[in-house]
Design a protein. Structure first.
Length: 263
């Protein structure tokens, strides 16, 4: 379904009607369906809400408005429109940085934060040639496949998942593709994330070449010191697709520790 907010329409996949409620934010290049296998591995009693960020999937693609605050505004608007009550926020990669900013606002109902291979709150610093490669990573089928094989994954994706990643990456609006490497990844939100007080965990891929375990230990955990890290063995950056059952188990264990069904 589509939800009208902030002058655009955001596509939302809302499943189930129980407690707890889990809100999923996808990575740069993905869509709400990035989370399908994770959602399928969670208990049927959970309600799950996965959205397509502006410029990705089936959401509208305005000409501008691709700062982290814009994405966070959209996610917050979805949460408020659906009157979710208590919820756990889960963000992957770029979605993880958006989730950090949203959690720093302490929205009503936020019960916990899960950061999956998250981009840290510090500005992304890369050599010029690497940044140039990012800018064209989703330009063609060949460039997406190269990104999958040499950067995004450690495990071999199924043919269906590989095609899904290619389709989602190519489908993104040009302005959405450009916004992350050129602008949003440079944003420094360290001051904001220092105010996060919700329980939080980090799920890292052991073999992640984008946001490595070491990067998260040195550039994220010092800013959210109460967060605890879990490392998924043999897994790269696309852990929701590479190791969905393991990611779902960690999410479920965290959610159950919050005892939301008693709230």
């Amino acid at each position: 379904m589509k939800i009208a907010l902030n002058g655009i329409h955001i596509e939302v996949n809302d499943q189930g009607s129980g407690t707890p409620v889990i809100v999923f934010l996808h990575y740069w290049g993905g869509s709400s369906r990035t989370w399908n296998d994770v959602i399928a591995a969670l208990p049927n009693s959970y309600r799950t809400v996965a959205l397509d960020h502006r410029g990705w999937g089936n959401s509208d693609a305005p000409a501008n408005g691709y700062a982290l605050a814009d994405f966070a505004d959209d996610a917050q608007g979805v949460i408020e429109s659906l009157n979710l009550g208590k919820f756990v926020l889960v963000g992957h990669s770029m979605g993880g940085k958006i989730a950090q900013l949203l959690a720093a606002r302490r929205p009503e109902g936020l019960a916990g934060l899960v950061m999956v291979a998250p981009s840290p709150p510090v500005p992304l610093v890369l050599p010029a040639e690497v940044r140039a490669q990012m800018e064209v990573a989703y330009e063609s089928r060949a460039s997406v496949e190269m990104s999958i094989d040499h950067m995004l994954t450690a495990k071999t994706l199924s043919p269906e998942h590989r095609e899904q990643v290619i389709e989602d990456s190519l489908r993104g609006a040009p302005q959405a593709k450009a916004a992350w490497p050129l602008h949003a990844s440079h944003e420094d939100i360290t001051r904001e994330v220092a105010t996060i007080n919700a329980p939080a965990i980090v799920i890292a891929g052991e073999l992640d070449r984008v946001d490595s375990v070491e990067t998260l230990q040195t550039k994220l955990l010092p800013h959210i010191p109460h967060a605890r890290m879990h490392v998924v063995p043999g897994t790269g950056h696309l852990s929701p697709l590479e190791s969905p059952v393991e990611v779902a188990r960690l999410v479920e264990n965290f959610v159950e520790s919050l005892e939301l069904t008693t709230l």
